[in-house]
Design a protein around this ligand. Structure first.
Ligand code: KG4
Ligand code: ZN
Length: 339
């Protein structure tokens, strides 16, 4: 079954064609980075307008790069939320129109849940073992830091999530404070390679042994306090040290909580996805701990960690198979109960 996935919940317009929930025939992402960079964050109205301009060429690009036509598609999956309402509505309206005109089954997916399904994706020619149920999924994106326990493809429960800022948000805000530009996570990742992660000890907010929720705003404030105490804005070596030390405390908290979740549930498979999962130090740290603890770790390649539509098509395929069909009254869910 060939599913067209459509994603427009934040600042990326994406379309992908995925066969049977796993084989990626194409995945096209149009980034709005250049539009939002001068504001240091996503401007919702500009994001919606850019989605309107990009959605048709992006879908056309996905079709042509997969070498298929609209006649070959068996179903349409679209991100319904959580995210920016104006942005979601562009993808949603497009998907509904296509489903109506072509008589195709339609399903609306949860963006965070879809991030976990990126672990099932296989690029052209790849043959990968999928994660086995039950598995713990840690989704770390710009808006969410969430631990989920998947019992089946479409059955999961929330184990914990952030009480304030997400890890991505903390990285982005600290990068802005340090003058590293936008998007901040990527800049911190790159600069940290030149710094020492032990140079400054930032707090590790764990909220008590076994607690699976997260809190990153205090950590961000610790950086603000540190920088305010300096005579001038940090440059060169100190800037790299600050970046590496801050990144290390974020990574440490994320890895510790993922382990706690695995211990609490008895799951032996761990999926880590979302934009921050493309961070090189985070990936390295997870791999080391998985090896030490004998866990099976699944981290999608960076292109499937950041926002994409292949993960949407993958989850959509499972939902369509489970009969979770949407009608033309499918609406955006900018806030999603529980998330
Ligand atoms: O999942 P995603 O692409 O979009 C959302 O659903 O939010 O995640 C975006 C987040 C941003 O905070 C961005 O700074 C962060 O992922 N990010 C990274 C890296 N690449 C993207 N953070 C750290 N290191 C990276 N290499
Ligand atoms: Zn995302």
């Amino acid at each position: 079954m060939l599913v067209l996935g459509i994603e427009s919940s934040c600042d990326d317009t994406a379309a992908a064609l995925v066969e049977d929930g796993r084989k990626v025939l194409s995945s096209v992402v149009s980034s709005q980075e250049a539009i939002h960079a001068r504001y240091g964050g996503v401007v919702p109205e500009l994001a919606s307008r850019a989605h309107i301009e990009a959605i048709v060429p992006v879908v056309e690009g996905a079709l042509s790069s997969a070498g298929v036509s609209l006649d070959d598609i068996d179903g349409v999956a679209v991100t319904q939320g959580p995210g920016l309402v104006g942005s979601i509505l562009i993808g949603l309206s497009f998907a509904k129109s296509l489903s109506y005109v072509r008589g195709l089954p339609l399903t609306g997916v949860n963006h965070i849940e879809a991030h976990a399904h990126a672990a099932f994706l296989m690029d052209k020619g790849e043959d990968k073992e999928p994660p086995a149920f039950p598995f713990v999924a840690l989704i770390v994106s710009g808006g969410h830091t969430t631990l989920l326990l998947f019992e089946d493809f479409t059955r999961y429960r929330i184990l914990g999530q952030t009480l304030d800022d997400s890890a991505g948000e903390a990285l982005d805000k600290v990068a802005k404070l340090l003058g590293l530009g936008y998007p901040g996570g990527v800049a911190i990742d790159a600069l940290s390679r030149e710094g020492s992660r032990d140079a400054i000890t930032f707090p590790r907010p764990l909220l008590g042994k076994g607690n699976l929720d997260f809190s990153f705003s205090g950590l961000k404030t610790a950086m603000l306090t540190y920088v305010k105490g300096l005579k001038a804005l940090p440059v060169d070596g100190l800037l790299a040290d600050l970046s590496a030390s801050f990144q290390e405390s974020v990574v440490d908290v994320l890895v510790t909580k993922a382990l706690w979740a695995v211990e609490a549930t008895g799951a032996r498979n761990l999926v880590v996805a979302g934009g921050v999962a493309s961070n090189s130090r985070f990936r390295e740290s997870l791999q080391a701990i998985a090896l030490e603890k004998g866990l099976k770790l699944f981290i999608p390649p960076p292109g499937f960690c950041t926002d994409n539509a292949a993960m949407v098509a993958s989850l959509g395929y499972r939902q369509l198979g489970a009969g979770k069909l949407a009608g033309l009254d499918l609406n955006a869910k900018p806030t999603w109960e529980g998330f």
